[in-house]
Design a protein around this ligand. Structure first.
Ligand code: UD1
Ligand code: UDP
Length: 373
């Protein structure tokens, strides 16, 4: 029997987390697949953290990372690096995941070589090309080139149908982030990070903060951090933990706005294991991250989404997430309610999972087998 040659391409932390279950599923099915992993390394440290946890050794590493990289530099370096890999491995299918610039470059490289494309996490839309920026465009541009759209939910499938995509090429699979999450949460997890070990999760209301979006850098991010600071100043039972993204622009704003705060802990990005276990132990989450918005509902953690739009409305419909925007006063008010109003808190703290059955990777490789063997 012929085997499908699959090249799995990714470059950043969230892509690595969400591709890991697919990489494993392909390797476990050698009867049907010859698979290789190519990392662009758009991220270096934050990517390597995830590769280590999931024990993935890339077959190709384009090592494109440059500090302060521009979107053009990422695109050009990834596109030209991928050319050699595609010519050498000659895949039948290239898989990309999500909405980063690596995803768009991977899809474009595949298209230039007339290799079929599978887009994992297809069809999410905010409806605003500039928010998230450039991710909304990356996802749409990738969609145009895609042969198999792996939509996590019915909502994302509907978005694709509305744009005129052929229903036979769309598969509802769930989100692979839920597969990955199922592997790592441990009730008895002990942190090795000192800052986390010293926190009493029973007595303190721990707010887990993450923020990194390009369109938030500047005033919106200052508003977000100021609101969190005010809530931390006024509520002494609150502890804020912010594993800072490595983007120097983000870190500069965080250091300025949280200066002198004893109950705000600015720490280095956490490995996936401590990060997800911290999420499962915390009181609430404040984030502009895409992946964290998907993970927190499964763990029953209220999420304030500090963005103007979200392409992930499912958590909001399910009642665990609220779109708080980037106005400081609004964010502060929402925080205050969740910190001080038990009834309102309980309404949001329900474990719901609108993102699939935790078997998304299997659904994806089954669809590939059906279509390509
Ligand atoms: C990228 C993705 C974004 C995704 C995010 C996940 C694009 C355009 N953006 O944004 O969709 O949500 O990753 O985190 O594809 N840096 C390091 N080391 C690292 C990673 C980043 O130092 O391991 C610093 C560098 O200074 C780099 C900057 O962060 O220039 C920004 O990295 P970049 O990949 O360009 O964008 P992100 O904001 O990380
Ligand atoms: N994450 C992590 N360590 C951290 C922060 C996040 O491992 O310190 C994980 C998180 O669990 C999720 C993913 O990284 O799986 C989200 O990445 P990020 O927020 O950088 O990107 P986005 O999802 O917004 O594209």
């Amino acid at each position: 029997m012929n085997k499908v040659k699959v090249l799995v391409v990714f470059g950043t932390r969230p892509e690595a987390v969400k591709m890991a279950p697919i990489v494993k599923a392909l390797k476990n099915d050698e009867e049907h697949f010859i698979s290789k992993v190519c990392v662009t390394a758009q991220h270096r440290d934050m990517l390597d953290q995830v590769l280590k946890i999931f024990d993935i050794e890339p077959d190709y590493d384009l090592n494109i990372f440059q500090s302060g990289q521009t979107l053009t530099q990422i695109t050009c370096r990834a596109l030209s690096g991928l050319e050699g890999v595609i010519e050498e491995f000659k895949p039948d299918l290239i898989l990309v995941q999500g909405d980063t610039t690596t995803v768009f470059s991977g899809a474009l490289a595949a298209f230039y070589h007339q290799v079929k494309i599978g887009h994992v996490e297809a069809g999410l839309r905010s409806g605003n090309l500039y928010s998230p920026y450039p991710e909304e465009a990356n996802r749409m541009l990738t969609g145009v080139l895609t042969d198999f759209h792996f939509a996590p939910t019915q909502t994302s499938k509907n978005n694709l149908l509305r744009e005129g995509y052929d229903e036979n090429k769309i598969f509802i699979t769930g989100n692979t982030s839920i597969d990955a999450l199922g592997w790592v949460i441990d009730k008895n997890y002990k942190f090795s990070e000192e800052a986390l070990n010293n926190i009493d999760f029973e007595k303190k209301k721990v707010i887990l903060l993450t923020a990194h979006r390009r369109e938030n850098i500047g005033e919106p991010m200052e508003n977000i951090f100021s609101a969190v600071r005010r809530a931390a100043e006024e509520n002494k039972d609150v502890e804020v933990i912010y594993p800072m993204h490595l983007n120097p622009k983000v870190r500069e704003i965080a250091r300025k706005l949280f200066d002198g705060m004893e109950n705000v802990h600015l720490i280095e990005p956490l490995d996936y294991l401590p990060f997800t276990n911290l999420m499962s132990k915390c009181y609430l989450v404040v984030t502009d991250s895409g992946g964290v918005q998907e993970e927190a509902p499964s763990l029953g953690k209220p999420v304030l989404v500090v963005r103007k739009e979200t392409e992930r409305p499912e958590g909001i419909s399910a009642g665990t997430a609220k779109l708080a925007g980037t106005d400081g006063q609004v964010i502060y008010n929402e925080l205050n309610i969740l910190i001080n109003n038990e009834e309102e808190y309980k309404k949001m703290a329900n474990a719901v999972n609108p993102y699939g059955d935790g078997m998304a990777a299997m659904h994806i490789i089954d669809a590939i087998k059906k279509k390509m063997l």
